[in-house]
Design a protein around this ligand. Structure first.
Ligand code: GDG
Length: 441
């Protein structure tokens, strides 16, 4: 994962859930040394996992943050579990924090962590990075408890979000719901607390993907894909199986493309890799059924002997295999309904052959669209528009493909994941002195 790579460069402590459930979790984390990074991990009870992780984080917050009010299932018990786990993480972590440490919290599972750390006396600079979208105030306001979540934001010194749009949404929510007052471009005052909200789009390991894409791979999927392609062009989609990613909608857009351009039947194959995720959350089981039905219907009605229009796999593949597949594909289809950033869009660009690059089709609702303006930008809800973008991509001249790809690669190099992390940490370190000063005053 991107973060692990970026943090290898720093001497530090990585704290979080072990991913395991136990009947009687230890109150203190288990410490594991790996190189210069120390890992401190804690187990949860199965009730914690249900209420905190599957419940409030993934059934209430995730859909709201992705603008899906109708899918958001709020329960007071889940919300209490979310606060309880954050409190117990804070009390365990507080013992491990040294006076000179910077604390960098990641993602929506841990929004109240700074507030809980402040409550037990931690005054170190604390930053937060929100990996998923921050919705408009009207959408967030639909979630019971959202004002409480906003009230704890100013316990951070620095908050990073993926796009300018997200930063604007968060600032507006703070002004409207908790009376924040602007003091400078991105600095807000909430009573005596100050918080900086900035857009800090996450990057990828550009060099790593370029290298991986050029190595020959040996996986079965890779071999069979290459053998089955012949002279056909490959279209690729890679997403966790999540309703935010727009997988059934994308399959239907591909169907539309084949219906509108019947000469293309048998000439293209669409490979969708969609590793199963959050299978304990009911909405994900429903999605899995919908995808299977859509897939079966399209392959059944449009497939021919010797040609299956959509290949669909739910296993996880190595980064090396993904990078090779990106490079083999003439089109990268990245059409989430909402996405904080979408790293696949960036990985697809990084992996391309400079002499003969593929074309990225990108949803206007992915954070990446703010940066990758040379992709073919589409509205994922408009199947005709996506279908015509596929047609345009498949017929684009090499000259235009190279020009678009080069412009996007330049954007990727301007802020790869290491620079992104270094820049956030440098900004956060700047708060050390300002907090110390405000304590003296
Ligand atoms: C969240 C936000 C934001 C996928 N299949 C396999 C595999 N992957 C890797 C991809 C990519 C990552 O998983 C997925 O990242 P995304 O950014 O596309 O999406 P989320 O998982 O939803 O991530 C998102 C991100 O956080 C970072 O801030 O961009 O908006 O939702 O790196 O390559 N990796 C391997 N095998 C697979 O089969 N190895």
């Amino acid at each position: 994962m991107a973060l692990h790579e970026a943090f290898q460069a720093y001497k530090g402590l990585w704290f979080g859930w072990s991913g395991k459930v136990s009947a009687h979790p230890a109150a203190q984390p288990k410490i594991i040394d790996k190189g210069q990074v120390q890992y401190a991990v804690m187990d949860l009870t199965s009730l914690d996992r249900q209420e905190y992780y599957n419940g409030f984080a993934n059934r209430a917050l995730w859909p709201i943050m992705h603008y899906r009010i109708g899918l958001s299932e709020f329960s007071r018990a889940d919300y209490a579990g979310y606060l309880r786990v954050n409190r117990s993480f804070a009390s365990a972590l507080a013992h491990l924090i040294q006076p000179d440490d910077l604390v960098w919290v990641h993602d929506y599972h841990l929004i109240p962590l700074a507030s809980e750390l402040r409550a037990v006396g931690i005054t170190n600079p604390i930053g937060y990075f929100h990996h998923i979208p921050w919705p408009a105030p009207e959408v967030l306001g639909a979630l019971p408890g959202s004002t409480e979540l906003l009230r704890v934001i100013p316990d951070y010194d620095l908050v990073g979000v993926q796009t300018e749009r997200d930063a604007d949404n968060l600032r507006r929510s703070l002004v409207q719901e908790v009376g924040a007052v602007h003091r400078g471009a991105d600095l807000l005052d909430v009573g005596s607390r100050h918080v900086r909200i900035k857009s800090a789009p996450i990057g990828i390991d550009v060099h790593g993907f370029q290298q991986a894409a050029q190595r020959s791979g040996s996986s079965r999927l890779l071999k069979q894909t290459i053998a089955g392609l012949g002279s056909r062009k490959l279209i690729i989609g890679v997403d966790r199986l999540d309703y935010s990613k727009g997988i059934p909608e994308r399959m239907e857009a591909f169907e539309r493309f084949l219906v509108s351009h019947p000469d293309q039947r048998g000439r293209v194959t669409y490979l969708q890799i969609a590793p199963t995720s959050r299978s304990e959350v009911p909405e994900y089981a429903t999605l899995s059924r919908v995808v299977n039905e859509t897939l079966g219907r399209i392959n059944g009605s449009l497939g021919e002997p010797g040609w299956v229009p959509i290949h669909y796999v739910t296993s996880t593949y190595s980064r090396a295999v993904l990078a090779r597949l990106y490079r083999l594909s003439r089109v990268g289809l990245v059409t989430p309904i909402r996405d904080g950033m979408n790293l696949v869009a960036k990985e697809y660009v990084a992996a391309q052959d400079p002499q003969d690059p593929g074309v990225l089709i990108l949803s206007k609702f992915a954070g990446a669209a703010e940066e990758l303006t040379n992709a073919l930008i589409v509205n994922p809800n408009d199947k005709v528009e996506v279908a015509e973008a596929i047609q345009q991509a498949l017929h684009m001249s090499r000259e235009e493909r190279v020009a678009r790809w080069q412009a996007m690669l330049n954007v990727l190099w301007a802020s790869d994941v290491s620079q992104w992390a270094a820049s956030f940490i440098k900004d956060l370190a700047g708060h050390k002195t300002s907090r110390a000063r405000s304590k003296i005053a």
